[in-house]
Design a protein around this ligand. Structure first.
Ligand code: C5P
Length: 250
């Protein structure tokens, strides 16, 4: 994972394309504009492990493999040990629990940073209540996210994936070094057809709230000019960072 020395290094482009060839073309086109490329389950299944290895070879330390693993710790640890070098970041579910997270972190490979996915933003309060969560926590998912982030940190995970709306609470609980990666980012100028993202934040606001890295997909990949869109997002990241630094005590 490249250290975020430039605002664009904090931009993770979601390569949410079903066609590995088109995904690779997009990554090549934007290689100078973004920090990391996110390969999710759809693209991993379409391209297979060979595609992942090729991408990790071509973009070393710049691949975020987002498979959101949620299985018994032995299986998750075995998968993590088989990741090719060059994968910088990957995800497991916080739902593995404190013991499971500790086991996979103890057995996990060196070199890849492991993020815990907290409460999926697709889950509503009624969903959480139906799943058996305490009604108070189901009503206030932020508290649940913070609780899971603390567990993940105690287990040795490097950070979490969380909404920009929860990142300030996560940072307050876990400290500045615990990495927060935020999806659901929508620049004010972005127009995404039939958008399924509801609880969104602009790049600038997400940075102000404490995000370290932003996952951005369609606002860049479906823009008429993806290079210009990525540059615009990086500019807003720079503004958010400047505002955050100005607001923090000297
Ligand atoms: O910017 P866009 O909405 O296109 O980004 C979608 C990407 O963000 C997808 O890869 C999806 O997996 C990821 N995402 C996520 N968690 C959410 C929302 C989106 O990881 N809560």
């Amino acid at each position: 994972m490249t250290p975020a020395s430039h605002p664009k290094d904090r931009l993770i482009l979601a390569l949410d394309l079903p066609d590995p060839g088109r995904a690779r073309d997009l990554a090549r086109k934007l290689a100078e504009e973004v920090g990391l490329f996110k390969i999710g389950l759809e693209l991993f299944v379409a391209g297979g492990p060979a595609f992942l290895r090729e991408m990790a070879d071509e973009f070393p330390s710049r691949i975020f493999l987002d498979l959101k693993l949620h299985d018994i710790p032995h299986t998750v640890a075995s998968v993590l040990r088989r990741l090719p070098p060059g994968v910088a970041l990957t995800t497991v579910h916080a739902g593995l629990g404190p013991t499971g997270l500790r086991q996979i972190m103890a057995a996990g490979p060196a070199g890849v940073k492991i993020l815990a996915v907290t409460v999926l933003t697709s889950l509503s309060s009624p969903d959480l209540a139906a799943l058996g969560y305490d009604p108070r926590l189901a009503e206030a998912p932020r508290e649940l996210v913070v609780r899971q982030a603390r567990l993940a940190q105690a287990a040795g995970c490097h950070g979490v994936v969380c909404s920009g709306r929860e990142v300030a609470a996560v940072k307050a609980a876990c400290g500045p070094e615990f990495v927060a990666v935020c999806p659901g980012i929508r620049p004010a100028w972005a127009q995404v057809a039939a958008d399924d993202q509801k609880r969104t934040l602009t790049p600038e606001d997400a940075l102000r709230q404490g995000a370290d890295y932003l996952v951005v997909g369609r606002p860049v990949s479906r823009a008429p000019d993806p290079v210009a869109a990525a540059r615009r997002v990086a500019g807003e990241i720079a503004q958010g960072l400047a505002a955050r630094e100005a607001a923090s005590p000297a």
